[in-house]
Design a protein around this ligand. Structure first.
Ligand code: ADP
Length: 361
């Protein structure tokens, strides 16, 4: 059975075609600059048509009917979705509802779904949510200590993100350790441009560092992570900043970029450190320190950990950084394994889609 995954951004469509049950990757690609000035692709529907024609031209498909289902990455599923969903009008409405919580992502994800519907109206589509894996987090960990009415009114709470990546890495860890997930306590660290860390108790997420939005938690490429909210109010007052301005500072100008004043890219920072750049050193030291702090907290709430897993761009490619973090862990527990596991969010989206479609047939 051929399964296509779609990850639709505001101006891009990333796709991968798999064969199941083998799980073999048959083709992948990206359509960029959708709707931008001087671009030949004016809409997501046109972009999707390009995806399908590329698959046909490269001869991986003889006929579009061979695609039995399409799995979409959808960033926010709110509290409604704990599991992947077959897309129908009701699910579409709920994804639209959740766009209030993820205004940059959900509308683009919906565009992708609509674009498929207009091109291949009969194919089964499945939504796989970034937030779903974290829906097992208990209330004492997902609530913020604000007056409860704001949760009741606006659903302000921790949702967590990168769920498919944390879930994939946990499954891989269980294979590597040759132990069922139901017998494992894991900490998974997704360290890419966005960074998050999750405590996984017997296969269930029990806490994660990203919160109501992806801003909370670890220091990231351009996001500040945890911060005293009062300092933001103070800054707004002192610099007379509007909400969009402060949003841009916290999400786009902070983190590794903000501290180093050079780059959000760890590779660039490491080169600068070699040349003796103190700000680059400080940025990386802060980044590592915050990760250790979270690992310590999660180690304690889990009551010991079988393995700490690192993934994504930084986690997979920087043994020196992993070694620094691991050194502290080894001092506390010689039994905890350190694993580097390449993430594959599309693979898990495809396999969850396959599972749900197979069950339906
Ligand atoms: P995204 O979250 O956008 O998917 P990635 O997972 O690709 O991002 O992670 C981007 C980060 O990974 C950057 O800080 C970059 O420095 C780092 N990175 C990616 N590839 C390498 C590499 N080969 N060596 C060192 N760092 C890398």
């Amino acid at each position: 059975m051929k399964i296509l995954t779609i990850n639709c951004g505001s101006s891009s469509i990333k796709y991968k075609l798999y064969d199941f049950p083998t799980g073999k990757l048959l083709s992948k690609g990206i359509i960029e600059r959708i709707g931008e000035e001087n671009s030949t692709i004016s809409s997501h529907t046109e972009g999707m048509q390009k995806v399908f024609s590329s698959l046909m031209e490269s001869k991986v498909l003889e006929n579009l009917d061979e695609i039995k289902a399409i799995g979409h990455r959808v960033v926010h599923g709110g509290e409604k979705f704990r599991y992947p969903q077959i897309i129908n009008p009701e699910v579409m409405t709920m994804i639209e509802e959740c766009a209030k919580l993820a205004p940059l992502h959900n509308p683009a994800n919906l565009e992708g779904i609509k674009a498929v519907t207009s091109t291949l109206p009969k194919v089964k589509q499945v939504a796989v949510f970034d937030t779903a894996f974290h829906q097992t987090i208990p209330d004492y960990a997902y609530l913020y200590a604000l007056p409860l009415e704001y949760y009741d009114k606006y659903r302000i709470r921790r949702y967590g993100f990168h769920g498919t990546s944390h879930q994939y890495v946990a499954i891989q860890a269980s294979k590597i350790l040759r132990k069922p997930l139901s017998k494992l306590k894991l900490i998974t660290c997704h360290l890419g441009n966005g960074c998050s860390i999750t405590a996984i108790d017997r296969g269930r997420s029990i806490d994660t560092s990203m919160g109501f939005t992806p801003l909370e938690g670890l220091i990231m490429g351009t996001r500040c992570g945890d911060i005293d909210v009062a300092s933001v109010l103070y800054l707004m007052e002192k610099e007379n900043l509007s909400i969009p301005c402060v949003d841009e500072i916290l999400n786009k100008k902070s983190g590794l970029l903000g501290i180093s004043r050079i780059s959000n890219d760890v590779r660039v920072l490491k080169e600068e450190i070699k040349k003796g750049n103190k700000q680059a050193r400080l940025a990386l030291d802060m980044f590592i320190y915050r990760i250790k702090k979270y690992i310590g907290a999660y180690y304690f709430i889990l009551g010991g950990v079988d393995a700490i897993c690192f993934t994504a761009g930084i986690g997979e490619n920087n043994p020196d950084i992993i070694r620094k973090i691991s050194k502290s862990i080894c001092k506390v527990s010689s039994k905890t394994k350190i694993l580097v596991i390449p993430t594959d969010e599309e693979y898990i989206i495809a396999s969850l889609t396959y599972r749900i479609v197979k069950r339906e047939n």
